[in-house]
Design a protein around this ligand. Structure first.
Ligand code: 1CP
Length: 354
């Protein structure tokens, strides 16, 4: 297996940095858009044969170092008896805003949580035959709560923040239930074959450091502590959360995925070599084409030491990104190995000349 990602997450030095791209299966790929002409997003997620095909689309096109199973962060939510529509982001008809609604949420049996995603995972593992690792993923409890309480993605999620101010105990109760759901969902994916998992806590950044530390961090600590028993590396992604990084790196994860607002070189210097960091090219740079993308990638590699770094974007790839930008990113990351080899050869020949 190409195990660059897993070895990096275990703290090993590798011949080059691993690279995968958040939202690598999806709308920037013409072959994904072609499938979407025939099937809705819900159908693509619900049918393991189609979800497998979509998962593998970027892998067939590019030499990426991991696959990520095709689903949505809201995929486990149906097990709570809540219908999620996509337009194009998740929409809930009756947002959860009362104690009665939150208390009434069922506690689904683990095998009732998104069984179609587990089947997709098994089928992807089977198709890939251990060529590269497969990531499982889930939304983080706060990010799931954001959609459940707000009803849809709305800038800064004011209804969620209002409920958190008005009844922090109730929001805590909801986060506790979503932590259980997320844990069981990720456990199912690992049992189905996931080699590593990522928790997308995308909307963390809407809270202040004090509120996030009090309201959300304890649930992430519980989730990541419990995940240790799953025996696979755990990555935590937070977006728009430069002000939360100090708390984020105290969550017991194996890797920390930060967005482009974080100065990764400075973060590495502050943390020392132990913590594994993932990211963090600004996804918008890829819109400006191959040349700008290559420049940004070279700058990233020059500022962040190789060991302990997983190259990725700072957030999901955008639907309008040209394919050539993705190719340019991959070329820069792959060229580092050649440079390192050339360096090694040069060093050897200098030695033999001495
Ligand atoms: O085809 C379509 O029109 C549907 C678009 C789409 C896709 C391709 C949605 C709706 N979800 C997905 C797949 C998806 N979502 C994946 C698997 C693809 C891959 O990684 O290769 C993943 C990992 C996600 C994760 C996700 N969905 C997050 C967390 C990561 C992030 O980007 O922050 C979030 C916040 C969502 C919500 C969501 N679902 C869909 C959209 C368009 C959104 C964006 C936010 C919103 O509009 O509220």
């Amino acid at each position: 297996m190409n195990d660059l990602l897993l070895r990096t997450l275990q703290g090993e030095a590798t011949e080059r940095r691993p690279l995968w791209i958040m939202r690598q299966a999806g709308r920037y790929l013409p072959e994904y858009r072609a499938l979407r002409e025939k099937f809705s997003f819900e159908e693509l997620c619900a049918r393991p044969d189609l979800a497998t095909e979509v998962t593998l689309q970027p892998i067939e096109r590019f030499p990426l170092d991991a696959a990520i199973v095709f689903a949505d962060i809201m995929s486990p939510i149906e097990a709570l008896g809540i219908k999620v529509k996509f337009a194009p982001g998740p929409v809930i008809d009756e947002p959860l805003r009362t104690a009665a609604a939150i208390d009434a949420l069922p506690e689904p049996a683990p095998d009732a949580i998104a069984p179609h995603v587990m089947e997709t995972m098994r089928s992807v593992k089977n198709e890939l035959r251990d060529r590269i690792p497969v990531l499982g993923f889930s939304g983080g409890p706060w990010t799931l709560a954001a959609y459940l309480v707000q009803g849809q993605g709305v800038r800064d999620f004011p209804a969620l923040r209002a409920l958190a101010a008005e009844d922090p105990g109730l929001v805590g109760e909801l986060l506790g239930r979503l932590t259980d759901l997320t844990f069981n969902y990720l456990k199912g994916q690992v049992e189905a074959g996931a080699d590593a998992v990522q928790v997308f806590e995308t909307w963390s950044g809407v809270l202040s450091f004090a509120d996030w530390s009090r309201l959300v961090k304890p649930h992430l600590d519980t989730l990541f502590d419990r995940m240790e028993e799953l025996g696979v590396p755990r990555i935590l992604f937070m977006q728009n959360a430069a002000h939360l990084v100090g708390g984020m790196i105290a969550v017991p994860a194996d890797g920390y995925s930060v967005d482009w607002r974080v100065d990764m070189g400075a973060l590495r210097q502050a943390l020392g070599p132990q913590k594994i960091l993932q990211g963090n090219i600004d996804p918008a740079i890829l819109l400006s084409g191959a040349e700008q993308t290559a420049r940004a990638a070279r700058r990233l590699l020059a500022t962040v030491p190789r060991q302990g770094h997983i190259v990725n974007l700072g957030h999901g790839i955008l639907p309008q990104v040209p394919i050539d930008s993705v190719k340019a990113l991959i070329e820069v990351v792959h060229a580092e190995e050649q440079t390192a080899n050339a360096g090694a050869v040069a060093a050897t020949s200098t030695e033999s000349e001495e």
